[in-house]
Every structure is written in structure tokens, then in C-alpha cells.
Design a protein around this ligand. Structure first.
Ligand SMILES: NC(=O)c1ccc[n+]([C@@H]2O[C@H](COP(=O)([O-])OP(=O)(O)OC[C@H]3O[C@@H](n4cnc5c(N)ncnc54)[C@H](O)[C@@H]3O)[C@@H](O)[C@H]2O)c1
Length: 308
């Protein structure tokens, strides 16, 4: 997101607590840009947020900071409550105070980035629309659902100009190695087992991360205030098919003594494991595809998991 926004000429203040999930090398290519500055701060710290808003007077907030790994939320939900709920509350309050001090400019935006996991689990057919009732089932998705509700409430109650997006599973460069796609690639190259939960039948809708960043900028610039937009890649795969696809690509690019697929190992399922997620991206396509949004025009499909 940071790299794309700077490439498009936007000034970016990157606020990050640098938790275990952060890596400043991921933004090394833009770190010397006059458009880039970095603030190490925790969204659980309201004083730090007040100082940063006063120092930089941002025209928009793109809120991606979160605890994001479902397995970690099962082992230790506390950090998810603190960062995703209380942290979002702090950021809303800091943004609101800044927006009111500036005379409530209509052009200000607070864009909250959320997940399709707030909608729960689908059966074999259908897809999540923006009107699908919330039904979170893990501590992670429940904390993100709570943050979505706070953002909507700050719009309805205080008039803060907010936008929300709910996206499907991202993949692509700089992916943190605890998530499925990099785990499979790294384990395969190291000759280690490729762990797949349950029978591998869980379905995810894979979205290339640069298409997601493109869609976020599109919504930030053209989305209707107070509205939410679902962002997906229209690229559904079972986990087993995804892992087999990665193995087939590695067999071609880095042939080993035996096919990488032989390393697949089914492990005990994750508690409350959602069966299927799928996004219906009709709203973003209908409302925003005529504008700046490359991904919403369907170009994102060309960069789907199939072609990479
Ligand atoms: N990756 C996906 O597939 C996916 C899918 C749907 C939604 N999302 C959402 O997109 C956003 C970004 O996801 P990601 O995969 O890049 O997450 P990530 O876990 O890889 O990175 C999160 C970032 O937030 C920072 N952070 C964490 N707690 C913080 C705090 N208290 N204060 C300040 N910074 C903090 C971390 O240091 C890290 O840089 C999250 O809000 C997530 O819920 C991600």
C-alpha cells in the first residue's frame, strides 16, 4: 500500500508499531522518497496518535494496522482485542479530533480496511455482499467485526467521513512467512512437510496484494462516504488445490528428486475453521470501475493465483 501510494504521487506517513509482523525492509525502495516519512507508534497509545496527527495534519487515514493471524488469535486473543478494537477506537478518536480542529473538511477520509471473515462461513454456493449479516467465528474476525461497527458508529454519531472495505485472502510479494502461501513455498524448498488443515477442502478467494492496494486507493479517492465495498479476486481455490498448484509451479521451476506434492501432510483442523469465503465484488465494479480502479475493472483477474 505504501509503495503504491508513493508511486502514484501521494505523500505517505507510515505509522507502525513494528510488531513481530512488520518489516521495514519491505518499504526500503521508497524510504528515501521525499513523499515518505515513518512514525513508530502504537495505535494503543492515544497520546502518540495525537502528536502524530498534530505534526502531519493528514488529509486521510488508511487504517491497516492490526493483529491479523487467525491461529494467533486462538492462542492469545487479548492482543487482538487491544489492537483491533481499542486501537481502532483510539485512531477514530484521534482522527475525529483532528478533523474537528480542521473545521470538519468534507474531503477528509477515514478508510478502515477489514476482512471478509466478518461475514462468517459460506456453504458450497453464494458469495458475501456488503449486505451479508455479520457472523464472525474466530477471535480475529470478531475483533475486526467490532472495529467495523465502531467505524460505522463514528460516521453516524459524529459525522466522520468514513469508508470501509472488506477483502478476501491476499497473496503476493513480501508476504509474512506465517501465512499459508509462503509457508508452503518455504517448507517445500527446505524439503519439510507442507501442512494442510483437515482435508484441505476449505475454500478461499485469493486476491493479489497489489490489486488490493490498487482497489483501496480507488475506494479512498472515489468511494461514497459511509459506504462499504467488498474487494475480492474472483479466484476461489480449495486449500488443497492451492498447495498442489504451488507444488506444480515449484516442480517446474526448481525440480527436486521427488515431486513437491509428496510433502503434503494433513494436520488436525483449526477450531471453528470457516469452510468457504467468496466475495461478490459487484458494488465496487459497478460504482468505481469507470474511474481510477484498475482492479475493479477486472484486470485483477489477470494477476490472480492462476497466472502467478
Ligand atoms: N492479509 C490478508 O489476507 C488480509 C485479508 C483481509 C483483511 N486484511 C486486513 O488488512 C490489514 C493488513 O493486513 P496484513 O496482512 O498486512 O497484516 P500483518 O499482520 O501482516 O501486518 C500488520 C501491520 O500492523 C502493524 N501493527 C500491529 N499492531 C499494531 C499496533 N498496535 N499499532 C500500530 N501498528 C500495529 C504491524 O507492525 C504490521 O506492520 C489488516 O487490518 C487485516 O485485518 C488482511
Amino acid at each position: 500500500m505504501v509503495r503504491l501510494a508513493i508511486a502514484r504521487g501521494h505523500e505517505v506517513i507510515n505509522l507502525d508499531a513494528l510488531t513481530y509482523a512488520a518489516c521495514l525492509e519491505n518499504v526500503a525502495s521508497v524510504a528515501d522518497s521525499p513523499l515518505y516519512s515513518f512514525e513508530q507508534a502504537d495505535i494503543r497509545d492515544p497520546d502518540a496518535l495525537a502528536r502524530i496527527f498534530a505534526a502531519h495534519a493528514p488529509e486521510a487515514v488508511l487504517h491497516l494496522a492490526a493483529e491479523s493471524h487467525v491461529d494467533r488469535s486462538i492462542d492469545g486473543p487479548g492482543a487482538f482485542i487491544e489492537t483491533n478494537i481499542t486501537g481502532t477506537y483510539n485512531l477514530l478518536q484521534a482522527a475525529r479530533s483532528h478533523w474537528e480542529t480542521q473545521g470538519r473538511p468534507e474531503s477528509f477520509r477515514f478508510h478502515h480496511v477489514s476482512t471478509d471473515e466478518v461475514f462468517g462461513s459460506l456453504g458450497a454456493t453464494g458469495a458475501f455482499t456488503e449486505d451479508t449479516p455479520y457472523d464472525p467465528r474466530s477471535p480475529y474476525s470478531a475483533s475486526k467485526a467490532a472495529s467495523d461497527h465502531l467505524v460505522r458508529a463514528w460516521h453516524e454519531t459524529y459525522g466522520l467521513p468514513v469508508l470501509l472495505t472488506n477483502c478476501s485472502n491476499n497473496y503476493g510479494p513480501f508476504h509474512f512467512p506465517e501465512k499459508l502461501v509462503p509457508v508452503v513455498i518455504l517448507n517445500a524448498l527446505a524439503g519439510k512437510p507442507l501442512p494442510i488443515y483437515g482435508n484441505g477442502a476449505n475454500v478461499r478467494d485469493w486476491l493479489y496484494v497489489e490489486d488490493h492496494a490498487d482497489a483501496l486507493l480507488c475506494v479512498l479517492q472515489g468511494g461514497q462516504v459511509g459506504r462499504s465495498y467488498n474487494i475480492g479476486g474472483e479466484s476461489e481455490r480449495t486449500n488443497l488445490d492451492l498447495v498442489r498448484m504451488i507444488c506444480a509451479i515449484l516442480d517446474e521451476k526448481r525440480p527436486g528428486a521427488q515431486p513437491y506434492g509428496d510433502l503434503i501432510a494433513f494436520v488436525a483442523d483449526r477450531p471453528g475453521h470457516d469452510a468457504r469465503y467468496a466475495i461478490d465484488p459487484t458494488r465496487i465494479r459497478d460504482e468505481l470501475a469507470g474511474g481510477l480502479c484498475h482492479a475493479a475493472r477486472g484486470a485483477g483477474k489477470n494477476r490472480s493465483v492462476v497466472s502467478r
